[in-house]
Write a protein that binds this ligand. Structure first.
Ligand code: LRH
Ligand code: MN
Ligand code: MN
Length: 393
């Protein structure tokens, strides 16, 4: 072993075993911006093909045992068959994401709408998602709302909070004993003046009112620039309300780029706080998910790179010398404390992770192994006219 102490690595590796990152089905579809959606040869045409691609990511990395669905993007006639298909391919179906942002009816909102008929439609959609979850065996119903307004005075923002609370309570009543309602916040977009669930505080207020099985989803791309995300992680873990992550990275807004691509140090700091708060390991309630789109790069290697980035930063965060850090903190030794954090961040864990993979019968270099596997050439030949992720231009 290089400069990493053997004992420190063995402890880190034991926790690393528990790292599992859920892949979003929509990462495998074509996506883009409102300017253009570029196609990628070999793009899946069906939910089954998206799952087959997600299973391929898992096969080469051992890190992604579940796939999140988005309804209606992944609607099939027979969800039991889809579940069996996934299991045959070595993965399970995970979180079900609802969608109340694409129908004409939701122009002025969904769960927070002032129109009772629209609200009913949005609530019924969540009931359908729960019916699907009963068949797919999914634990989490994830709700992200596009609800909001574009102009001051457009609607009563206070009344909308009350309406939203009522709608969420109606959905929560149907959440099973082993299921969770996961509420995701986002600062802005598509609404530009106010958003009904803009921040972790608002999400927390709503899930706290619902009950124990309601938790918050933190999407790393959903904050104002400069936000200290690891502080939010610490606070939500402290409150027992951090349910899941949507990992991605951003340079400007909700860019949905590869996690760890824009700011690996931020990812490291977030993961260090997750570990500090007991969010990784057996029995942890925190689900790790990617929420990304691959607009110009290839999707399967994009997802492989993403889960490897999370693994790499998790390993570095696990190597943080907590005892030394605590001592330095207690002594108010600012520079030593900061130095300990920076030492962990600067550790090159790639060689030990390659060895770790090989010990488990996985390729040392998953990116190279995927390229050499022929899977890419096969899907390009077999699939013509791949589907869009569900949105875009
Ligand atoms: C919204 C969001 C949310 C959606 C996903 C497709 O920006 O992050 O999680 O479900 O994108
Ligand atoms: Mn998200
Ligand atoms: Mn987003």
């Amino acid at each position: 072993m290089t400069d990493i102490a053997v004992a420190a690595w063995e402890t880190a590796a034991a926790t690393l075993e528990h790292l599992a990152i859920e892949l979003p089905s929509w990462a495998f579809g074509n996506s883009g911006t409102r300017f253009r959606v570029f196609g990628t040869p070999g793009t899946p045409r069906t939910p089954e093909e998206k799952i087959a691609d997600a299973a391929t990511v898992h096969r080469f990395t051992g890190l992604a045992p579940t796939v999140a669905l988005h309804i209606p993007w992944d609607t099939v006639e027979d969800f039991a068959a889809l579940r069996a298909f996934a299991e045959d391919h070595g993965v399970r179906l995970g979180t079900v994401n609802s969608n109340t942002f694409q129908d004409e009816a939701y122009k002025f909102g969904s769960l927070a709408s002032s129109d009772p008929a629209v609200r009913r439609q949005a609530i019924d959609h969540h009931f359908q998602c729960l019916d699907i979850m009963a068949v797919t065996g999914s634990r989490d119903l994830k709700i992200w709302l596009a609800d909001g307004t574009n102009y001051p005075g457009q609607d009563d923002i206070r009344r909308r909070q009350d309406t939203l609370a009522d709608s969420l309570a109606t959905i929560y009543e149907r959440i099973g004993p082993d299921q969770r309602l996961v509420l995701e916040y986002k600062l802005f977009e598509p609404a530009f003046y106010h958003t009904d669930v803009p921040d972790w505080g608002t999400a927390y207020v709503h899930v706290a009112a619902l009950g124990e099985r309601a938790v918050v989803c933190l999407d790393t791309g959903h904050h104002a620039p400069g936000t200290n995300i690891e502080f939010i992680v610490a606070q939500l873990l402290r409150l027992g309300k951090l349910g899941s992550f949507d990992f991605n990275s951003r340079f400007y807004a909700d860019d949905d780029l590869i996690v760890g691509a824009a700011d690996p140090f931020q990812l490291f700091r977030i993961l260090a706080e997750v570990i500090r708060g007991g969010g990784l390991g057996p029995g942890s309630p925190v689900a790790f998910m990617l929420d990304q789109c691959h607009n110009i790069e290839e999707k399967i290697p994009g997802q492989i790179r993403s889960v490897l980035n999370v693994q790499e930063m998790t390993a570095r965060a696990l190597l943080l010398d907590r005892d030394a850090l605590e001592l330095a903190q207690r002594e108010h030794d600012v520079l030593t404390a900061n130095g300990i954090v920076m030492d962990a961040f600067a550790t090159d864990v790639r060689p030990v992770l390659a060895a770790w993979r090989e010990e488990r019968g996985l390729p040392a270099d998953p990116m190279a192994a995927y390229r050499a596997s022929g899977y890419r050439e096969r899907i390009i030949a077999e699939r013509v006219g791949g589907a869009q992720a569900g949105w875009g231009a």
